[in-house]
Design a protein around this ligand. Sequence first.
Ligand code: ADP
Ligand code: MG
Length: 263
Amino acid sequence: MSVLEVSSLAKSFGGVKAVDGVTFNVERGEFLALIGPNGAGKSTCFNMINGQLAPDGGDVRLEGRSIARLSPRQIWSAGVGRTFQIAATFASFTVIENVQMALLSHHGEVYRFAGRVGPRHREEALALLHRVGMADQADRSSRELAYGDVKRLELAIALANEPKLLLMDEPTAGMAAKERNELIALVKRLVVERGISVLFTEHSMDVVFTFADRIVVLARGRLIAEGDAASIRANKDVQAVYLGTGKVFERKGSVRSAGAPAP
Ligand code: ADP
Ligand code: MG
C-alpha cells in the first residue's frame, strides 16, 4: 500500500482553480519531488495534505485512511510531519531542549515550562541531533544558530515525531547552493535509513534531478507529468511550462538557471 494517496484533489480561490483534480501516490521510503512554476499549486497541495486547507473535492489517504478533513493537529498525530514553513523553534531554549520538547510532545507527556527542560529524553534528543550533524551545538541557545543550522534543528524536531511522511515545502529557500545540496542530501540519507517517505518542493532542478526518486510536475493546478529524472527532463510539456521561467533545460540533460555559468 502507498503511504500517501492523493486523489482528484481540488481547491479554488475565487475563480482560480489552484489545484484542479490532482492524483498521485507517495510510496514507502520514497523521496518524491513536487515541482512546477510559481503558482502551479504546489503549496496549496501541501496545505491540503497537512490540514491547513480543506479541499473542495477529492481525498487524501494516509496508509489507506482518509485524513482529508482532519485538523492539522490530528494529521500530525497520524504521522504526517512537516518542516520549514513555520518558525518551529523556541529561541529562548537551547538546541537540545527544543528537541527534548518535541520528544515530550510525541510521547504525550505534559511539561510545565518552568524555565528549563531538564534531563527528560536528553539521550534520545542527542542521538537525533547527532543524526542531523548538530550534536556539537546541543547546548547553544537556538537564537544564535546560523540559518542552515536552524533548518537542521527543525529537521531533528520533525524526526522526533517519528513521521511516516515528511512534507517539506521549499526547505532550502534562501540557502546557497552548497548548503542546499547538503540539506537535501541529508534528508535523502534519512529517508533511506529510516524508511520514511518525503514529499518536497525545490526550486533547483539540479537538486531535484540529483536526489528525487520520482518527480511529479504541476502546472496551473494540474498534474502534467510524473516519472524519474530522465523522463521528466525529456518531457516536452514540462520543458514548455518552464520556458521563460529562467530555468534552462540543457541538451545533455542537466538543467541550470539561465545566466548561471555552465557546469
Ligand atoms: P505554488 O506553491 O506552486 O507556487 P500556490 O499553491 O501557492 O502555488 O498557488 C496556486 C494558485 O493559487 C496561485 O494562482 C495563487 O495565486 C493562488 N492562491 C494560493 N493561495 C491563495 C489564497 N490563500 N487566496 C487566494 N489565492 C491563492
Ligand atoms: Mg509554494
